[in-house]
Design a protein around this ligand. Structure first.
Ligand SMILES: N[C@@H](CCC(=O)N[C@@H](CSC=O)C(=O)NCC(=O)O)C(=O)O
Length: 277
């Protein structure tokens, strides 16, 4: 692992790092905020998965998480959203290819070689974080935005017991039921829709997966709400399955980091309460 930059901020250290990923076969960048802590102490970890077109930098620069993470003693990890580099195939749309890995392991060509974001986020990067940072991997939470909210929900639902807390900002709740999801999963996984269910939070809940609780914030003025995000499908799936969830429709907020940063401190506090219990 190589350090790209470190900056002292809010009583902690914000770092950006890169490493050679065995999963994606590319160099991958990520950011980590580590609050000040006693020598030898291990801190809980909050993962933040970003949305379409993002790198680690969007939330690192605009997410306003550091004061809350320092206050609650929580490490904040922000990975990239796809493999990068000249050898990596891409699509002309912003919603597929680079910047749009959908937290899936692709099985279709030409994507299968590099687009292994599920294994990267579920397995490879956690091992690196555990090795390189003062992280207590028995106390992990996960959150994310939009495509990253989809990633947070599906990764937590598939890995029962790994995350003590899961939340999301304006998540894609059902890739099976929206154009972004249909394009990405057809391209990465192929046309057999039954295989998509493990990448769909509503389908996972329908199929019996559970998390202890979830917190969702969704803006009512979000231009993607009706066609892509469809928050009501998650409300219905949770209600039908008896999955505990707090789903808050936030009046007048859009899809941007102005929305995310407004509610970020509240999400960090919500995770911290569960990670410290
Ligand atoms: N047409 C836009 C669409 C991209 C966009 O809105 N991306 C969101 C995430 S959408 C779901 O995953 C985002 O977080 N953008 C980065 C930001 O800093 O706001 C475009 O191409 O910009």
């Amino acid at each position: 692992m190589e350090t790209v930059s470190t900056n002292r901020s809010h009583g902690g250290m914000q770092g950006v790092y890169k490493h050679q990923s065995a999963e994606t076969g590319t160099e991958m960048a990520f950011s980590v905020f580590v609050p000040d802590h006693a020598p030898g102490a291990k801190l809980p970890v909050l993962w933040y998965l970003s949305g379409l077109t993002c790198t680690h930098a969007n939330v690192t620069e605009k997410g306003e998480f550091r004061a809350a993470c320092a206050q609650h003693g929580v490490i904040f990890v922000a990975p990239d959203t796809s493999p990068r580099g000249d050898d990596v195939p891409d699509d002309e749309g912003y919603d597929f290819g680079k910047g749009a890995g959908f937290y899936a392991d692709a099985t279709q060509e030409p994507w299968a070689k590099h687009f292994r974001m599920r294994s990267y986020i579920e397995t490879e990067l956690p091992a690196l974080i555990a090795q390189q940072f003062p992280a207590d991997m028995a106390r992990q939470g996960i959150t994310g935005h939009s495509m990253g909210g989809h990633g947070a929900l599906t990764i937590a639902l598939r890995n029962a017991g790994r995350f003590r807390s899961v939340s999301a900002f304006s998540p894609i709740v059902s890739p099976l039921s929206c154009p972004w999801g249909e394009k990405a999963l057809t391209g990465y996984i192929g046309g057999e829709r039954a295989a998509w269910r493990e990448y769909d939070a509503c389908a996972l809940i329908e199929d019996g997966a559970r998390v202890p609780d979830m917190l969702i914030d969704q803006g009512t003025a979000d231009g993607f709400l009706e066609e892509q995000l469809k928050t009501h499908l998650l409300s219905e799936a949770c209600e039908k399955a008896g999955q505990s969830a707090t789903i808050r429709m936030q009046e007048g907020y859009d899809h941007s980091y102005y929305f995310i940063s407004t509610f970020m401190a509240g999400h960090v506090a919500w995770h911290a309460e569960r990670l410290k219990a």
